[in-house]
Design a protein around this ligand. Structure first.
Ligand SMILES: O=C(O)CCC(=O)C(=O)O
Length: 285
């Protein structure tokens, strides 16, 4: 596997960002994009507990969904304040995923602004992600083919990134947006998953205040080195081929998978797992 570090800049002009990163589909870490946000000083676990500690939040696991369960179903619900206690005590098996803060806690919107770097950010969908020290988020790409700004807070998080043309090496599970959940990017098992050796990607190490630009369709695998959280802002696709991907993923891929899981359950999942292994192993050298 070839992994290079993602470029880091303090600031970047709109034109350079568009020409050198967005148009070329190259990830970038911008360390000062959130410099003037009140969130940078205010946002931490205690502040969130004061703001929405009593909200009951859906929590997701780190394993793939088994049997008839929908691939994106949550596995538990908890008061947010209790969830944060769990994270502080070392729970790294429960993640908060895609929590829409605009809908749930509009007051938080006053703590940040939408950066002017040439992305037409979709104002209705700033979403939060939380995880405990050691949480790993399986390799996946986002269903909506959006340009993403992952704005990070708290301790360290690492993000492995692979462009979509690396899909063949990444054990993509058919009818899903994920790779096999037992792939561990920190300790890739090349005996079981030999095609991973061919993959070329990059690694971003994020600390408090860093913003990571993730181009559309990029695979990402995330490791929470510390209990921490991020807010992702997104610009929905405008290019026809990307809009088509979004429609295809939402209407066809998700629907077929949902129906087949309900109908067949685990044999459907096993079939897809097996296909992922066969397809990528065919590219192993
Ligand atoms: O940081 C996380 O836990 C997941 C972030 C993610 O997958 C995303 O922003 O698309």
């Amino acid at each position: 596997m070839q992994i290079s570090p993602v470029t880091r800049v303090d600031t970047i002009a709109r034109d350079s960002f568009l020409a050198d990163y967005k148009d070329q589909q190259i990830p970038l870490v911008i360390t000062n994009l959130s410099r003037n946000w009140p969130a940078r000083d205010k946002w931490n676990f205690d502040y969130f507990c004061q703001t929405f500690g009593d909200n009951v939040v859906p929590l997701y696991g780190c394993e793939e969904a088994k049997g008839h369960r929908h691939q994106h179903a949550h596995i538990a619900e908890m008061r947010f304040g209790d969830y944060i206690q769990e994270l502080k005590q070392g729970n790294n098996k429960l993640r908060m995923f895609f929590y829409n803060i605009l809908q749930q806690v509009p007051a938080l919107l006053r703590d940040f602004s939408y950066p002017e770097i040439g992305l037409k950010l979709f104002k209705k969908l700033p979403v939060l992600f939380f995880g405990g020290k050691g949480t790993k988020v399986q390799l996946h790409f986002d269903i909506d083919w959006a340009d993403l700004l992952l704005c990070h807070f708290g301790g360290q998080k690492r993000v492995y990134l692979f462009p979509y043309d690396q899909t063949k090496y990444l054990y993509h599970v058919p009818y899903s947006f994920s790779g096999l959940s037992d792939i561990d990017m920190d300790r890739p098992d090349f005996q079981r998953f030999p095609a991973l050796q061919q993959a070329k990607g990059s690694l971003a190490i994020l600390n408090h205040g860093d913003v990571l630009y993730i181009p559309p369709g990029y695979w990402h695998y995330i490791i929470y080195d510390d209990a921490s959280f991020s807010m992702t802002l997104r610009a929905l696709p405008r290019k026809l081929s990307h809009v088509w991907q979004l429609i295809y993923n939402i209407i066809y891929v998700r629907t077929v998978d949902g129906l087949m899981r309900r109908w067949l359950g685990q044999p459907w999942n096993e079939r897809n797992r097996q296909r992922a292994i066969e397809r990528s192993n065919a590219f192993a050298k």
